[in-house]
Design a protein around this ligand. Structure first.
Ligand SMILES: *[C@@H]1O[C@H](CO)[C@@H](O)[C@H](O)[C@H]1NC(C)=O
Ligand SMILES: *[C@@H]1O[C@H](CO)[C@@H](O)[C@H](O)[C@H]1NC(C)=O
Ligand SMILES: *[C@@H]1O[C@H](CO)[C@@H](O)[C@H](O)[C@H]1NC(C)=O
Ligand SMILES: *[C@@H]1O[C@H](CO)[C@@H](O)[C@H](O)[C@H]1NC(C)=O
Ligand SMILES: *[C@@H]1O[C@H](CO)[C@@H](O)[C@H](O)[C@H]1NC(C)=O
Ligand SMILES: *[C@@H]1O[C@H](CO)[C@@H](O)[C@H](O)[C@H]1NC(C)=O
Ligand SMILES: *[C@@H]1O[C@H](CO)[C@@H](O)[C@H](O)[C@H]1NC(C)=O
Ligand SMILES: *[C@@H]1O[C@H](CO)[C@@H](O)[C@H](O)[C@H]1NC(C)=O
Ligand SMILES: *[C@@H]1O[C@H](CO)[C@@H](O)[C@H](O)[C@H]1NC(C)=O
Ligand SMILES: *[C@@H]1O[C@H](CO)[C@@H](O)[C@H](O)[C@H]1NC(C)=O
Ligand SMILES: *[C@@H]1O[C@H](CO)[C@@H](O)[C@H](O)[C@H]1NC(C)=O
Length: 479
């Protein structure tokens, strides 16, 4: 009886791994042991008050893959903590977890208070210099679901590289910690932290390149933007946000007196976005300004939209923006800004008082070789006065044209057509219930910029409408 009982105890101890040697290694693990496990004898319950740090030395160009198994839960004081070579600590609770230790050092720290937790991990040294290289200039926006087995180099022509991220949810994305940042041109460069820490600390590269990699091949639901640090370092604050068509953007933004801050917005699905709200919280403070320009700060294009607290009214919104990437600059503002990244019914409404700008897609996408033809309209139930001022029209290819047509369903319409390049064509006006703008220019050499406003109709009768329009138009043409 006693014998059988003892035998049973030993059998149970063995299945629990209690016979396993858990002595803490005194020397660092190196590439001389390219694979191994701790405890070497297999998974084991560790004794109470155990405290051990296992160190790794990792050559440049390699990572150590750690495959961890443990049995503990959130409510224990027994811990397994990993430290990467940028001194970031990772606490692991989840059973069966992979971790990649980047060069050149790593630590795994096991500490217990109870005798109830089991730990086990296997390691493997893996060379990573044969990864595929993906080259990107600064000014690139990309989805951060990076392909495993590839590294992503961002290079600046002007100096240091800054990197910012925006999550799909709008909240902090913890998966960013699985993307690793190297301060240089490839994975032989100095590891400087995971992307979560790197962006939280607002770190930048030392040289002209920054390299990102995701050894885990995990899905990271965020987008990232690489900028020349020189293009954003003058801003007091710089942020990057993702715009989704199923979620309105709305932020309270502040830039201090005498300084500017900026944000780049990237619309992941819709090629058209509308600014829906600008609300200056201290409307009596002069000098506040919100400006919008195409692309990222790195490209440094001119502003296409400027809203100064002095003359801004809600009638200037919604304002169409025909690009996925644009940058909003705030000059000493305290302001709410809202945007919607999807077609807008409000944009088309010809309410008296409205004003704004119509820019061709090529103005918003200066590096696109070809853009889509452009068409938009404003309409209303009752006649209104459409006033428009085509400040520039460029026709890159014979046959392309800009046509602006004003009319109503019950009368014939009037239109102006530009089939050659012109600037400062002068303000024109016509009455009707719709204004259609149709631009067939698609090359990056073709563009137009047009200011419009919609006013109360002060005359009636369609003849007057046409004559009024023609008179003004002829007048302009004869100048
Ligand atoms: C484990 O040992 C290290 C080094 O001796 C010490 O710094 C650390 O505080 C100890 N941890 C625990 C939980 O006792
Ligand atoms: C990690 O180790 C566990 C148990 O040893 C094994 O089942 C699993 O397949 C390993 N995972 C990977 C990704 O190697
Ligand atoms: C963890 O430690 C704290 C302080 O030492 C103690 O109050 C707490 O009860 C412990 N928790 C568990 C689950 O042992
Ligand atoms: C585990 O600890 C408890 C009390 O803390 C003790 O009674 C028990 O004998 C220990 N078990 C082993 C296998 O050391
Ligand atoms: C990343 O996500 C984007 C958008 O969903 C998709 O187009 C792209 O193919 C994905 N890339 C990878 C490597 O999964
Ligand atoms: C990141 O920024 C922090 C805070 O400015 C600084 O202490 C740290 O040294 C920087 N790290 C790197 C790798 O440059
Ligand atoms: C702004 O100025 C106007 C006119 O001077 C005044 O009536 C209004 O109360 C001021 N508003 C605020 C918020 O100070
Ligand atoms: C237009 O596209 C061509 C071809 O890609 C390019 O060489 C040229 O620089 C572009 N022009 C502008 C004004 O961006
Ligand atoms: C404006 O035009 C659209 C599309 O043609 C139509 O659905 C809408 O009813 C019109 N609105 C008015 C006020 O006429
Ligand atoms: C522009 O239109 C005028 C008048 O319709 C026509 O005579 C001319 O040939 C057109 N020019 C081009 C470049 O299409
Ligand atoms: C714009 O003008 C072109 C050329 O006249 C025409 O083919 C096209 O149908 C027009 N687009 C719209 C939406 O009216």
């Amino acid at each position: 009886m006693n014998f059988i009982f003892s035998f049973l105890i030993i059998a149970i101890l063995n299945t629990l791994g209690l016979g396993v040697d858990v002595t803490c290694p005194t020397t660092a693990i190196t590439q001389n042991t390219p694979t191994g496990a701790f405890p070497a004898g297999g998974s084991s319950i560790f004794p109470a008050n155990y405290n051990c740090t296992i160190q790794f030395q990792i050559p440049v160009g390699q990572v150590v893959r750690i495959n961890i198994t443990n049995n503990f839960f959130f409510d224990t004081n027994d811990t397994l903590t990993i430290q990467d070579s940028a001194s970031t600590l990772y606490s692991l609770f989840v059973i069966d977890k992979l971790f990649y230790l980047p060069a050149t050092t790593g630590k795994i720290m096991i500490s217990t208070q109870t005798n109830t937790s089991s730990f086990y991990f296997k390691w493997q040294y893996i060379p990573v210099t044969n990864f595929n290289r993906v080259l990107n200039p600064t000014g690139t926006v990309l989805a951060l679901n990076l392909t495993a087995g590839s590294y992503y180099r961002f290079t600046s022509t002007r100096g240091q590289v800054a990197f910012h991220t925006g999550s799909l949810s709008g909240y902090s994305d913890s998966a960013l910690s699985q993307i690793y940042v190297y301060d240089g041109a490839d994975l032989n460069a100095n590891y400087i932290g995971n992307l979560k820490v790197f962006t939280d600390m607002e770190n930048v590269s030392i040289g002209r390149s920054l390299t990102l990699v995701n050894f885990y091949g995990s899905s990271v639901p965020s987008y990232g933007i690489a900028n020349d640090y020189a293009a954003i370092s003058n801003y007091d604050d710089y942020d990057f946000f993702v715009l989704r068509s199923d979620m309105d953007f709305f932020r309270h933004l502040i830039s201090k007196q005498g300084v500017e801050s900026a944000m780049t917005l990237y619309a992941i699905s819709s090629p058209e976005t509308y600014i829906s709200t600008i609300k200056f919280l201290n409307p009596n403070v002069t000098g506040q300004e919100v400006r919008v320009k195409p692309a990222t700060p790195t490209e440094n294009y001119g502003d296409l939209l400027t809203y100064n607290v002095r003359d801004f009214t809600d009638d200037q919104l919604p304002q169409q923006i025909l690009t996925k990437t644009f940058t909003v600059t705030l000059s000493q503002c305290d302001v709410y800004i809202g945007a919607r990244s999807r077609p807008s019914i409000d944009w088309h409404q010809a309410n008296p008082g409205r004003s704004g700008w119509i820019y061709s897609p090529s103005m918003w996408n200066p590096t696109a070789v070809i853009t889509d033809p452009y068409y938009t309209y404003f309409n209303s139930t009752n006649p209104v006065k459409f006033v428009f001022d085509i400040q520039s029209v460029k026709i890159g290819k014979p046959g392309e044209a800009l046509k602006v047509e004003v009319g109503s369903l019950t009368s014939s319409s009037v239109s102006v057509v530009f089939n050659s390049t012109a600037t400062n064509t002068g303000e024109k006006a016509a009455h009707g219930t719709f204004m259609k703008t149709n631009f067939t220019g698609t090359s990056n050499l073709s563009s137009f910029a047009m200011k419009f406003s919609i006013e109360v109709c002060r005359i009636s009768g369609k003849i007057f409408i046409l004559e009024f329009f023609r008179m003004r138009w002829r007048l302009q043409q004869n100048l």
